[in-house]
Design a protein around this ligand. Structure first.
Ligand code: NAD
Ligand code: DAU
Length: 334
């Protein structure tokens, strides 16, 4: 029977809410969002969705009493909910253990009990980092080498899903995606932090020398890849998602400054992140050739310009988080 109803965990966060909007626009699926509404979740990111096809449940993915009935009432679970920010994981790892490990465990137990299809959202950070000059990129066969509390818990959650597939026949797929950018991203993250700093007349802040490289993908392309895997992915398989968007942090800040009519060197270098991964790069050949996926945003510069416009137009959405986020960073020397 065709899929009709899905549960999206973490649907009030950055990628989750973009995925929900994408599903509303491109499919006829009914979506239930389960989200704890931590500092990173916002109901405003989901406003205006049709009540005939969407409902929201506030709750913790660690709570089996909430997770179990929701999982039994849908055809598939798409699991985005996580503590997602590396700097926070260095300041206080505990919530990462709870949500990313115990939360994923709670969900896959419910999914195996009810035979529910499960898609686990993960990150390229589980593979550790690459040297700046090596030609190699991450593939589905790369060795797991997480380096931060965040990436270690995401790696652990991937391992749980893999074990549940093999030991219990869980109907699961996994995707590991590179760094996302686009609308509704929390101002703690690199690109929104620098955009909103510039809009506030504050100089952007680069960790270390700004040489670290991230492989940027527009969040809408992440959504289309996840829908592709949900519809056509092979149970038990892992797919890497990336759009060939490697840029150093310094290049990104220079682009943001230029887009905002400022000198490209009007930034400050600040204290580096402990254990800071040098470079991520994704080889998404498997997803492209086996499932026929292609990204729509092939031009990072225009995707970035659209994102700057979104933050200019949506100050009401980000302003309430800005001061508290910056005071946290000030306490960390960033
Ligand atoms: P986010 O921090 O913006 O959102 C996380 C959401 O999960 C929030 O709405 C939060 O309220 C919710 N949540 C947190 N703990 C919860 C709990 N215990 N129960 C229920 N809900 C809870 O994160 P994001 O950047 O949108 O990332 C989403 C997923 O994608 C994560 O699994 C992350 O590891 C993965 N990912 C992110 C990126 C990226 O660039 N941001 C890249 C690859 C993979
Ligand atoms: O690779 C995927 C991962 O990308 C996801 O799994 C994570 O959830 C997501 O947060 C992101 O992790 P990063 O640590 O790469 O993202 P962040 O936005 O925190 O930082 C991006 C880069 O920018 C990183 O090299 C650190 C640097 N940085 C960050 C901030 C906030 C700065 O130079 N200055 C800053 O102010």
């Amino acid at each position: 029977m065709a899929m009709q109803r899905i549960l999206v965990t973490g649907g009030a966060g950055f990628i989750g809410c973009n995925f929900v909007h994408f599903i509303m626009e491109h499919t006829g699926l009914h979506v239930t969002v389960l989200d704890k509404l931590t500092y990173a979740g916002s109901l405003e990111s989901l406003s205006g969705l049709p009540s005939s096809r969407f409902d929201f449940q506030k709750g913790d993915i660690c709570d089996a009493g909430i997770v179990d009935p929701l999982t039994s009432s849908v055809d598939a679970v798409v699991h985005f909910a996580a503590e997602s920010h590396n700097d926070n994981s260095l300041a206080d790892p505990r919530p990462f253990i709870d949500t990313n490990l115990a939360g994923t465990f709670t969900l896959i137990e419910a999914a195996r009990k009810h035979g529910t299809r499960f898609h686990h959202i993960s990150t390229d950070e589980v593979y550790g980092d690459l040297a700046l000059d090596e030609p190699r990129k991450f593939t589905e066969d790369s060795v797991y080498r997480p380096t931060s509390p965040y990436s270690a818990t995401k790696a652990g959650s991937d391992m749980l899903v893999r074990a549940w597939v093999r030991s219990f026949g869980l109907q699961a797929t996994i995707s590991n995606c590179s760094n996302n950018y686009g609308p509704y991203q929390h101002v703690e993250k690199f690109i929104p932090r620098q955009i909103t700093n510039i809009l506030d007349g504050v100089r952007p802040r680069l960790y270390g020398q700004g040489l670290n490289v991230r492989d940027w993908i527009h969040v809408e392309d992440h959504s289309s890849a996840v829908l592709t895997i949900l519809e056509r992915g092979q149970v038990g398989e892992t797919y890497l998602i990336g759009a060939d968007g490697e840029r150093s942090n310094r290049e990104v800040v220079e682009m943001l400054l230029t887009l905002n009519g400022q000198q490209p060197d009007a930034y400050d270098l600040v204290k580096d992140r402990p254990g800071h991964d040098l470079r991520y790069a994704i080889d998404s050949t498997k997803l492209r050739t086996e499932l026929g996926w292609t990204p729509r945003f092939s031009d990072f510069a225009s995707g970035l310009a659209e994102t700057v416009q979104w933050y200019r137009a949506n100050e009401d959405w980000w302003r309430p988080q800005k001061a508290v986020t910056e005071s946290k960073y000030a306490g960390q020397g960033h």
